[in-house]
Design a protein around this ligand. Structure first.
Ligand code: SF4
Length: 235
């Protein structure tokens, strides 16, 4: 699996380039809230919702004083407002109660497993959201798995799993050093632009030769839309 992962990373970089990332890693709480907002919506809408909160309040302590329903109004554009506002409110209040302030900087001293265990203990925060904090804020070599990453890795034949969380634990047991960010980000691009859920554009795919998918499609695409905006590299 390790060699195939390295090969896929190389082929994706050839197609999409090395993905840009912020020079300074984003604050852990900022990143966590942005990732909660990104669940089941696109990056542009979650970015709008994130900015609605972040630009209105100079500190998360101020947002923590809002009722969940007030947070819900501000983040409406990202969808699932009730669920997401509850998770955000709960996180902010819990951090104040447990630590006296809204910070997750203590996670910097923990190993990957400890960070996952701690973050997934909060309601509304799953493995994918917690692993984004590991990759984007803590710069760990961990590859988060969303629906795009799960679908493409199963089609290619790197894993044979039934859920994104199972894919996550399958690929991260022995992940090749130093490539988690490019691999994760470019696979998301592949899933959005080429290896689409219903009609994959296999004719345009840089992984065609290594992919084991049995139902490849070779229809000529009507249009090819670039979709490279990544929320978590813009927090
Ligand atoms: S060849 Fe087709 S199915 Fe395989 S990864 Fe590329 S687009 Fe997806």
């Amino acid at each position: 699996m390790k060699n195939k992962t390295l090969l896929i990373d190389k082929l994706l970089i050839k197609k999409f380039g090395v993905p840009e990332r912020s020079i300074n890693p984003p604050d852990l709480v900022d990143l966590l809230i942005a990732t909660i907002l990104s669940q089941n919506t696109n990056d542009r809408n979650s970015f709008k919702a994130y900015n609605n909160l972040k630009q209105k309040y100079s500190a998360w302590e101020e947002a923590a004083k809002l009722k969940a329903s007030q947070i819900e109004k501000l983040i409406k554009v990202a969808g699932l407002g009730k669920q997401k506002s509850k998770a955000i409110k709960n996180l902010l209040i819990s951090l104040i109660k447990e630590r006296g302030n809204i910070s997750l900087n203590h996670l910097k001293k923990m190993n990957d497993e400890e960070v996952l265990t701690e973050l997934t203990s909060y309601p509304g925060i799953g493995v994918k959201t917690a692993s984004c904090v590991l990759l984007f804020s803590l710069n760990r070599n961990v590859c988060p798995v969303d629906t795009h990453v799960h679908r493409t890795l199963n089609r290619i034949g790197i894993v044979k799993t039934t859920s994104p969380d199972k894919t996550f634990f399958g690929i991260n047991k022995n992940f090749p050093e130093g490539i988690a960010h490019s691999f994760h980000t470019n696979l998301i691009r592949l899933g959005r632009e080429i290896c689409k859920p219903i009609k994959p554009l296999c004719l345009n795919c840089p992984l065609n030769k290594v992919c084991k998918y049995e139902n490849k499609m070779y229809d000529k695409p009507n249009s090819y839309k670039e979709n490279s905006f990544m929320l978590l590299d813009n927090v």
